[in-house]
Design a protein around this ligand. Sequence first.
Ligand SMILES: [Zn+2]
Length: 456
Amino acid sequence: MGSMAFRSVAAALVVAGTVAAAGGAARPLVRGDDLLERRSLSCGVPLAVLPVADAPLETFFALLPLGMAHDDAGRTQWGHLLEHLLIRTTDAEGLADGDISFNGETGDATLRLDVHAPPALAPQAAAKLSRWLAAESFDPAALEREKGKVLAEFETTVPAGYTHKWATAAWAQAVRHGTDDVALRGDVQAATVEALAEYWAAKRTRAPGLALYASGPLPTAKVAALFEEPGASAAAPPPAAAPPRASDEAAGAGAVAKEWRRGEVTARWDLARPHVIEWYLVPDGDAAARVTTLLLVQTLTQTLMSDPKLQQARVIALVSADAAFPEGRLVQFSASLPDAGAAATARAAFARARERLTSAPPAGSLDRWLQQVRAELSSGLPDFRRLRGQWAGRQQQQFVEAQLLLALALRERSSGLSLATMAATAEQLTGGAVKKFRDEQLAAERANVLLLLPRG
Ligand SMILES: [Zn+2]
């Protein structure tokens, strides 16, 4: 799904630090402090609230570890399809119900559902989200409509070279499930309401990584009460036996563990543009490894995006590390290619980006860049009123708080760490340690490659 207003704020305010720089930090973060107020619902689901007294909207996010990397074998994009269908539990069409607006998005590691409402309608908004999460069956007509919408997303993304999310879904099938022929369209077309309801029930029970986030004027206790109300609390999946983490494997205990396909793999997919993923599995055990990985990915992406040879070759490349598994964290250098021959160009650029890590962008030494990252991570909350002023007259103005919350929530869910822990961990990192991690974990001999080619 998608909402233009929300997305353009997303593009403008990528991380908390950017927001703070633009708006001036009104509430500096005390080191080790937490920006969010936290509760645990009686069903065990964690709730984190960003209270902003004068925010125009109350926003609720539900995040689930059902991203593109987590689809089961032969169930390509079923997480994404569920995202669409859960929303259709309450509203057959559109992305608004009176003054309440809503949306969903499925990324590499996280399925997100969100509802935005004027504060007076917050109870109805919370009830809507609870009903989505409590869904036990789906409407066949809605499924057919949403299949069409999911498939139509290829038409706007593939010709422009934005195939990275689809490639992650294909990676799950080809590498984790051992498929040579990935059916991004076919698996969506084959879905039935019965099979999807069963899939949803199994995922809810086996991967109970649901987390709720809220921003807006409602006090934290009031937000918690909205989700504890009769009918709402039943919405939540049963609590986890172990503390859940968003990026943990969602396949579940019942699935037979299969060896991943390492080395160089070529698979076919039902998209018209070739794509190459060079991937590494890195340790994910401690906070230092996770923060190092996430920071590395950020600077590597910046380097790739400004690589003139990639621009010349019409290769669109990025690096991401949002998905983690019991086996480790997936680091993927991912490139959408105009033709299969460009795979070599992409891989040469990946190697250059890794080499160039000694002098991180925008300029200067890795240590100076780390200093800047540390400052961003501990810069606290922006002056929301001033930010809203900057967006005055535009629809985006309403979503400033929600967007900051989303940036924080996605970082927390992909790392399994609070922003405060991330900031404290980054304090300890040195350029030397980051380079050592690169040399050990992203060494050429540890690379695996998945080349995705259009079906002949
Ligand atoms: Zn969609």
